[in-house]
Design a binder for this molecule. Structure first.
Ligand SMILES: [Zn+2]
Length: 387
């Protein structure tokens, strides 16, 4: 569970036609420390000890709040405190976040204090108002939907990315709707890939801010912000739906389950399995240099992935399912050049229709025979196809 929603320097590093727009938010996809057990329903917000509390009637904030309410058609339940941080206070704050230390933060919203934070020295005056709209939208989302609860409910990497894309997508879209004359803000949604394809964080920013906002625009076309509100109450289930909004809410991923027992080599300890989602496949297809990465990834049906470690050694098993045999083969072929790929099987199980690909990735130290045994075991993964 995340406790804050930082806004980074926007889409810096993305292949934006213009040098970047407004603010870029941005979380990394990393596991949070286990949340403390949540006690009572309405915990009192923690008191902030850093920064300067802005006057409760600050005109810029009043204007931002008014615009957010006008755009979304939803009212704040309480006024959101705004703290202004200096660069030094920001550094001290980020230190307290432990190993989660994003760069280029312009502002953020924290769940535990229910306050928003601006760093004007970092943001500059021109960006400050967009930042208020963006972080203010997170505050409204928290009051209406409980952001901590939304993050806590996810069970896979794919679901975590999906809910984050909805949250960030709405915050970007509110900026776009509230600042219709600002071309930079609008341009966020045109980004389809980062400049540096090897940068995982930059890819996630593209998913959250650009694809997320396009998803929200699609909801708006159905029924304005009523449809956005409804999506927070019936969350999209997969990045497949974020990338292809027309698949929300009807199309669900195939459910792929690993066998209960896997023959890990001695000493290897397995982590929890997860689903990585179509978005991770899109990134992989870009990195593999396929001609039409989005088209190739679109055939994704579902996946399951698990990693085991022993000291510095690691093994990752990944089973993906595909809408058609051709989609599966395209992915299988593209992944042959993947770094660390040790074993791959297309159409692995008896009587299968060719829609499954199993990959075993590992560092060079791991014994080949052990990897073969794991590959055999992957044939026993079960799949519940959704179409
Ligand atoms: Zn944000």
């Amino acid at each position: 569970m995340r406790r804050f929603v930082p806004v980074l320097l926007l889409l810096a590093g993305c292949s934006n036609p213009e040098p970047q727009p407004a603010n870029d938010p941005i979380p990394q996809n990393k596991p949070e420390p286990k949340p403390e057990p949540k006690p009572e329903p309405e915990p009192t917000p923690k008191v902030e000890t850093r920064g300067k509390l802005e006057a409760a009637d600050a005109p810029e904030q009043t204007r931002a709040v008014g615009l957010i309410e006008q755009v979304t058609g939803r009212k704040f339940k309480t006024r959101v405190p705004v703290y202004v941080f200096s660069q030094e206070e920001l550094e001290a704050e980020v230190k307290s976040w432990g190993d989660y230390a994003p760069e280029n933060i312009l502002g953020f919203y924290k769940y535990d204090t229910k306050a928003m934070y601006l760093v004007p020295e970092a943001a500059g005056n021109k960006r400050a108002f967009g930042l208020r709209l963006h972080e203010g939208t997170h505050a409204l989302q928290d009051q209406l939907y409980d952001l901590a609860k939304l993050h806590k409910a996810v069970t896979t990497q794919d679901e975590d990315n999906t809910v984050t894309a909805l949250i960030e997508g709405q915050a970007v879209q509110v900026m776009i709707d509230a600042l219709p004359d600002n071309p930079h803000v609008k341009r966020i949604t045109e980004v389809k890939q980062p400049t540096d394809l090897s940068d995982d964080g930059a890819w996630l920013r593209v998913l959250y801010y650009a694809y997320g906002a396009v998803f929200v625009q699609n909801l708006k076309e159905r029924d304005g912000y009523e449809a956005v509100d409804a999506a927070f109450k019936a969350l999209p289930k997969s990045t497949e739906q974020i990338l292809h909004p027309e698949k929300y809410p009807a199309e669900l991923p195939d459910r792929v389950s690993l066998p209960a027992e896997l023959p890990w080599p001695a000493g290897f300890k397995s982590e929890a399995s997860t689903t990585t989602g179509e978005f991770s496949v899109l990134v992989a297809m870009h990195r593999a240099g396929v001609t039409d990465p989005a088209g190739a990834a679109a055939g994704w049906g579902g996946d399951v992935e698990v990693t085991a470690r022993k000291g510095a050694s690691w093994i990752t098993l990944r089973v993906t399912t595909w809408d058609t045999r051709e989609d599966a083969q395209e992915y299988y072929d593209a992944m042959q050049g993947a770094p660390s790929l040790r074993v791959s099987r297309w159409n692995s199980a008896d009587g299968e229709d060719g829609r499954r690909v199993s990959l075993v990735l590992a560092d060079a130290d791991v014994d080949a025979a052990a990897l073969e045994a794991l590959t055999e075991a992957l044939a026993r993964a079960t799949v519940e196809y959704h179409k």
